[in-house]
Design a protein around this ligand. Structure first.
Ligand code: GLU
Length: 494
């Protein structure tokens, strides 16, 4: 049997972290089992669905690299099939027409309706239209009385299914109301639509958030009524907010949106690696995996039951998102094969107007070496145009603290660094060894410490207090730029 799974977002907002994790687990499971990953946009809630949201979800999925294996299904296109299924159940007396006036009808929320019934001391199955004869029912409908179609849940028994993550699930029928399949305006409701589409798409495994466990019981009833095989369900632990509350798009905003990470210079590969660990582990110390390794290792039985926590502090810019996401991204920036990183750096420099075509041509080696040198301290792709700007442009910012601490505190540096520049400019070959010799020479002559010379030069050359080894920085920037920047007075006047 070829496995077929689907990711089924409702387009009522951007692609958020919980949905992205659901998509990832579905994708990995499909690829691990040699099956198909499908995408269904559940756009039946006309009041809340927007095409803008669909676009944003597709963009998020594209960034993460989860391309569906078949044409995208839009649930609203299948409404006729959903209605036909409800009518079939009606014809088979597995459903009935409910003529209760709309305002008296209980909604879809089982808990509330059970509580309401308990309060009113009423039975779940006391709907007066449940056992109406077919003739009576048809007559009322023919007379134009509005009706909803409800599933006729048996009086006694229970639904059972084996969840691949949470094990055996059971629910007594008394806890499930006769759920509405079709509203009086003919609009198919959520659970019916999901089951019909999953049958139609031949879905073998339904992998989705644990918040759908309650729906799963209702869906099992619909599968049984339709005489269809139910899929294997695998419900995923939730991803909670730092206070262990619900993580919500509305409350937590951009920090849970995928496009935020794309725009903040995260690598999709790193973010996927971060995401996979929210609710899954291979049962080993290792945490960094290539995508191929994840595909090879992923299995449903290593999904955690406990909820994961997404840690961040909205009031602290340094911890605006989970530290682990930032750490993971830095790991990828530092260690991924340079040839794989270069296209991302190119895109970043292009968007910051710092890109030069020579970087792919005459200066290719210089560019690769420079990227390799500076990436060691970077966290995101944005750092290449931010902290790394001095390597690609003359127009870079000076960090005032670096200027004060490493330059202005040593006024003699004004003369010393000019001398250093002159001696650099006088050498024929601006090599590592020559540079080192000259720096040592000046340090001894001026009876100072090498660190004073190096830190001052770093502030002038890069605007920063920290960075790669200065001997390499001099060499990387070259004789001319180094000389010019060492003599420049701009920083001294800040
Ligand atoms: N559309 C539902 C959601 O976005 C998912 C339904 C499902 O996976 O069965 O939460």
């Amino acid at each position: 049997m070829t496995t077929r799974v689907r990711f089924a977002p409702s387009p009522t907002g951007y692609l958020h972290i919980g949905s992205a994790r659901t998509a990832l687990f579905n994708y990995l499971f499909a690829k691990h089992t040699g099956g198909k990953f499908l995408l269904r946009i559940e756009d039946t809630d006309l009041a809340r669905s927007t095409s803008e949201s669909t676009r944003s979800i597709l963009e998020g999925l594209e960034w993460l690299g989860f391309a569906p294996d078949e044409t995208i299904v839009y649930q609203s296109n299948n409404a006729d099939q959903h209605r036909a299924a409800a009518l079939k159940l009606l014809a088979e007396s597995k459903a009935y027409l409910d003529f209760t006036p709309k305002e008296d009808r209980t909604g879809g929320d089982v808990k509330t309706s059970i509580q309401e019934k308990a309060r009113a001391n009423k039975n779940q199955r006391d709907n007066e239209f449940r056992d109406l004869s077919k003739e009576e029912s048809d007559q009322k409908a023919a007379a134009g009385e509005p009706f909803a179609i409800r599933l006729k849940v048996a009086e006694t028994g229970k639904t059972t299914f084996e969840d691949a993550v949470y094990g055996l699930q059971e629910r007594d029928y008394t806890e499930i109301e006769d759920l509405v399949l079709l509203r009086s305006d003919g609009h198919p409701l959520y659970n019916l639509a999901v089951v019909c589409d999953d049958i139609e798409m031949q879905i073998t495994h339904v992998i989705r958030g644990q918040d759908h466990l309650t729906n799963a019981h209702k869906q099992v009833l619909i599968y049984e009524a339709l005489g269809a095989n139910k899929p294997i369900f695998a419900h995923l632990p939730l991803i909670l907010a730092p206070n262990k509350g619900k993580l919500s798009k509305r409350k937590h905003g951009a920090v849970v949106s995928m496009t935020t990470y794309r725009d903040a210079g995260f690598l999709a590969a790193a973010f996927r690696n971060f995401l996979v660990l929210l609710g899954w582990s291979a049962g080993e110390e290792k945490e960094i995996y290539t995508f191929d390794e994840l595909i090879e290792k992923f299995s449903l039985d290593h999904i955690h039951k406990n909820n994961a926590v997404f840690n961040f502090d909205a009031n602290d810019a340094k911890h605006w998102t989970d530290d682990k996401a930032i750490w993971m991204n830095a790991e990828y920036v530092r260690t991924m094969p340079i040839a794989e990183l270069i296209p991302f750096v190119k895109a970043e420099l292009k968007s910051a107007k710092l890109w030069r075509d020579e970087y792919e041509d005459d200066d290719k080696t210089w560019f690769e070496n420079t990227v390799d040198l500076i990436r060691q301290r970077f966290f995101t792709l944005k750092d290449f145009s931010g902290q790394g700007r001095a390597y690609f442009s003359e127009d870079f910012d000076f960090d005032q603290a670096a200027i004060d601490k490493n330059l202005k505190k040593f006024p003699d540096l004004k003369i010393w660094l000019t001398e250093l520049a002159n001696r650099f400019e006088a050498v024929e070959d601006f090599t590592h060894d020559e540079i080192e010799r000259i720096v040592k020479e000046i340090t001894e002559e001026k009876q100072t410490k090498m660190g004073v010379i190096m830190n001052g030069a770093r502030a002038l050359l890069t605007g920063l207090a920290v960075g790669p080894s200065m001997l390499t920085v001099f060499e990387t920037l070259g004789k001319e730029k180094t000389g010019r920047r060492l003599k420049s007075q701009i920083a001294w006047n800040l």
